[in-house]
Design a protein around this ligand. Structure first.
Ligand code: TA6
Length: 303
């Protein structure tokens, strides 16, 4: 049943349906291509620009069940990233990707179709979110010749709030082992594949582009630069807005084998490049302040 909150006037490019497992999904088909967004998590699961193969990877074994994170696409990590430092029992990457957002607007604009979804953490009765109750999130997805996603967080509460955020994007590649990630050569990073002593300095810049082999789990700190992902057939450029960190993740065979929502060797068909503000770059909003984290994905044939 399509949610009552769905705007009464959807543009002709946009439809909303409810899956057999009860998830609401928005489909956009316009002259630029096709996209799908699950209202659970405001989760973009598909983006296929006209003339191109799907740009986002989606696991064939992903769950599509209420409250269970979808594996692939663009999960929103909010209001924390990774394990919650002060509450290890809380789910990794926060609750935003597990909760139902509300589609509040959909329209066809100059450059394509725009969807707007809203989540107010104060309306979610979860003790783990009490600290963040003043935060309201608005997510805008613009489906054009490029794909832009923008998370605007506003502090509607009475006191300052600190939060982390990331657009945890799974980019489809021919073979991750033959994919070059450029733009981070001069940036130091926290290597999450090694247990570092508390307070240990980040790993220094590699000085060369990254071609993931084995498990790669790096938080590149202090970079707002675009990242280019080139798998030999095509190039995807990730351009960031108001983001100081970029995360690159490839699970590798051993970790992927333990992931029930990833089948066989399909993990080799993706690499995560994540637009983020985490750790010392977490955002602190005073009452009434807002912040927007944006990513734009642009595709071209490799040179
Ligand atoms: O962004 C990289 C990462 O933090 C990895 O450490 C790995 O945990 C990945 O996210 C996936 O996390 P998830 O909770 O979606 O399984």
């Amino acid at each position: 049943m399509v949610p009552d909150s769905t705007p009464s006037t959807l543009p002709p490019t946009t439809t909303v349906r409810t899956t057999s497992s009860g998830l609401d999904v928005v489909t956009v088909v316009n002259e630029h291509g096709t996209a799908e967004v699950y209202l659970q998590g405001a989760h973009v699961t598909r983006w296929e620009p006209a003339g191109h193969e799907p740009v986002l990877w989606l696991s064939s074994a992903s769950a599509f069940e209420p409250g269970v994170p979808i594996r692939g696409g663009i999960p929103i990590c909010f209001p924390w990233f990774g394990a919650r430092a002060d509450d290890p029992d809380s789910p990794a990457h926060g609750f935003a990707r597990r909760l139902a957002w509300t589609l509040v607007d959909a329209f066809d604009g100059e450059g394509g179709t725009v969807l707007r979804m809203r989540l107010a953490l104060g309306e979610v009765a979860l003790p783990a979110l009490e600290t963040f109750a003043g935060l309201e999130a608005l997510y805008e997805v613009s489906v054009g010749s490029s794909l832009r996603v923008a998370l605007t967080v506003t502090n509607a509460g009475e006191s300052p709030v600190r939060f982390e955020e990331a657009q945890h994007t799974y980019l489809a590649v021919r073979d991750v082992h033959e994919t070059e990630v450029r733009g981070l050569e001069a940036v130091g990073y926290v290597d999450k594949t090694v247990a570092a002593e508390a307070g240990a300095p980040p790993h220094g810049p590699d000085g060369v582009s990254l071609v993931p082999h084995g498990q790669v789990d790096r938080v590149y700190l202090g970079t707002s630069a675009p990242v280019t992902v080139d798998d030999g057939d095509r190039t995807v450029v990730v351009t960031k807005e108001s983001s100081l960190d970029t995360v690159v993740w490839s699970p590798g065979a051993e970790v992927a084998a333990r992931m029930r929502d990833v089948a066989g060797a399909e993990w080799q068909g993706m690499v995560c490049v994540e637009t983020a503000n985490v750790l010392e770059h977490a955002i602190v909003l005073d009452p009434g302040e807002s912040h927007t984290l944006g990513s734009t994905y642009t595709v071209s044939a490799s040179a």
